[in-house]
Design a protein around this ligand. Structure first.
Ligand code: KIV
Ligand code: ZN
Length: 503
């Protein structure tokens, strides 16, 4: 076994998704899981199956969609949770059950009203039970950061003897100092007699901003699996950010001597995808993937970087997939510049389509100072199914809304449905609802709107809003996307985009 190899366990779709307001649909989770697979993570924690039918379904669907990494499902230390996880994992090529229980006296007393002995027995029983279904069992000793090391070592020894192949030592509350966490891992390495039968995993939270530092300290003390999320997303202050930990191992390769299977050049795009799908923008000064992480703005720094980038850069933006553009897209850019940048993203457009996209590009560039790759992807996403490009399907020719307080919102919509012009008006409890009711008068009302998300792209009252919607028709569900400076327009673009895909 290569002693320098660190396994990367991604929990963006489980611990990351616990953030209020960041819940993802199954389709979005599959999209992210596939990108995680391409990134090269070793394990994807796909969900907590007993917690909801949605989580159960996501574990099932991710198991079907992704084949390279191990798919992991979380449980508490009880048979019902483990049964659900085993069932949800049935299609996974490589599967793991992640079971566990609190290990600190605070948890034992206040959460379980129990004793150390009883909790240890439950831990061992859960691992034995899970072992009936799956060979690969990870055990988590929740709140290990605050647990007594002697008891923790006893628990870890017990669960390894019961069959655990990975032992997770979570600093659940982000409490530890790096030396303290490293000492804990070292203590387990030297005091657990059967520790060579399992891999130690670090799982740190960021309540004191120490998650990444603690994880690296734990790895240097002997752990060989790191758990974290893209963008460090997670409950409260979040989890260890995978991109930070991986880049620390790369930049300090000589000192640390550890490596992973990660293709770091995929970080930037994946970070944007997660931020977009979770509606959780990345802070500008976030290490590695923040907008300003490689931006040198002061005169002294710009001068220094131009003389030699090593003066102020410890890694290259290209190393994490940030494209170095000499071509900046603004409202003054021409078609050539636009097609150059689109080609770099994999879009080849003929002249006619380029003209159409260029018109929309100018509308967007007028509103925002600089159009980045992410904006271009949205432009193209919207272009794939929305009103302006194709002559087939449904196109919006006119959208007019009247609303205000105390007016009853009214909307008039004129659509071209397969070339035929149709118009209808309706009222609703808001302008979007009124416009959708008017559309239903034209296309029928067997379509249900199930998800509706609006997000501002850049901030400011003159901002461009983007809307994601999920509609259901005849048991089939489909996503639509739209953007505009007018939120009613953006919503109707998204609705029509979804209708064009579904009908
Ligand atoms: O932080 C934690 O303790 C966890 C466990 C459930 C692994 O997320
Ligand atoms: Zn956690």
């Amino acid at each position: 076994m290569d002693k320098s190899r660190v396994y990367v366990f991604d929990t963006t779709l489980r611990d990351g998704e616990q953030v209020p307001g960041c819940q993802l649909s199954t389709v979005e989770k599959i999209e992210i899981a596939k990108e995680l697979e391409a990134l090269g993570v070793d394990v994807i924690e796909a969900g907590f199956p007993i917690s909801s039918p949605g989580d159960f379904k996501s574990v099932v669907e991710i198991s079907k969609a992704v084949s390279e990494p191990v798919i992991c499902a979380l449980t508490r230390a009880n048979h019902k949770d483990i049964d659900a996880a085993a069932e949800a994992l049935q299609y996974a090529k490589h599967k793991r059950i992640h079971t566990g229980i609190g290990s600190s006296d605070i948890h034992i007393k206040n959460k379980f009203n129990s004793t150390r002995e009883e909790v240890l027995a439950r831990a061992v029983d859960a691992v034995k039970y899970a072992k009936r279904f799956v060979e690969d069992i990870e055990f988590y000793a929740e709140d290990a950061g605050r647990a007594d090391n002697v008891y923790l070592a006893q628990m870890i020894e017990g669960v390894i003897a019961a069959g655990a192949t990975v032992v997770n030592i979570p600093d659940t509350n982000g409490y530890c100092l790096p030396e303290e966490y490293a000492d804990k891992i070292s203590y387990l390495v030297s005091h657990v007699s059967n520790i060579d039968k399992a891999i130690i995993s670090v799982h740190c939270h960021n309540d004191l901003g120490l998650a990444t530092a603690n994880s690296i300290a734990g790895l240097r003390a002997g752990a060989r699996q790191i758990e974290g999320t893209i963008n460090g997303i997670g409950e409260r202050a979040g989890n260890t950010s995978i991109e930070e930990a991986v880049m620390i191992m790369k930049v300090h390769a000589q000192t640390i001597g550890l490596n992973t299977n990660i293709d770091a050049r995929r970080f930037y795009n994946l970070s944007s995808l997660v931020a977009q799908r979770m509606r959780m923008p990345v802070q500008a000064n976030k290490a590695i993937v923040g907008r300003n992480a490689f931006a040198h703005s002061s005169g002294i720094h710009q001068d220094g970087v131009l003389k030699n980038k090593e003066n102020y850069q410890i890694m290259n933006p290209e190393d994490i997939g940030i494209p170095s553009h000499s071509i900046i897209l603004t409202a003054r850019s021409g078609r050539h510049a636009l097609s150059y940048r689109l080609e770099r993203l994999g879009y080849q457009l003929d002249k006619l389509n380029l003209d159409k996209v260029y018109t929309k590009f100018l509308e967007m560039a007028d509103r925002i100072k600089e159009v980045n790759d992410h904006d271009l992807e949205m432009l193209m996403g919207s272009d794939k199914g929305s009103k302006n490009v194709s002559d087939k399907g449904i196109k919006v020719e006119l959208l007019q809304v009247v609303c205000g307080d105390p007016l009853r919102p009214m909307a008039t919509v004129r659509l071209k449905v397969n070339g035929e012009q149709k118009e209808a008006s309706a009222s609703g409890n808001g302008p979007v609802n009124a416009a959708i009711e008017a559309i239903h008068k034209i296309v029928g009302n067997s379509i249900r709107l199930e998800e509706f998300n609006i997000q501002a792209m850049h901030g400011g009252s003159d901002d461009v809003s983007k809307v994601n919607m999920r509609v259901v028709h005849d048991g089939k569900s489909c996503y639509g996307f739209g953007y505009s400076t007018d939120i009613v327009n953006a919503s109707i673009n998204a609705y029509i985009d979804a209708l064009n895909k579904i009908l």
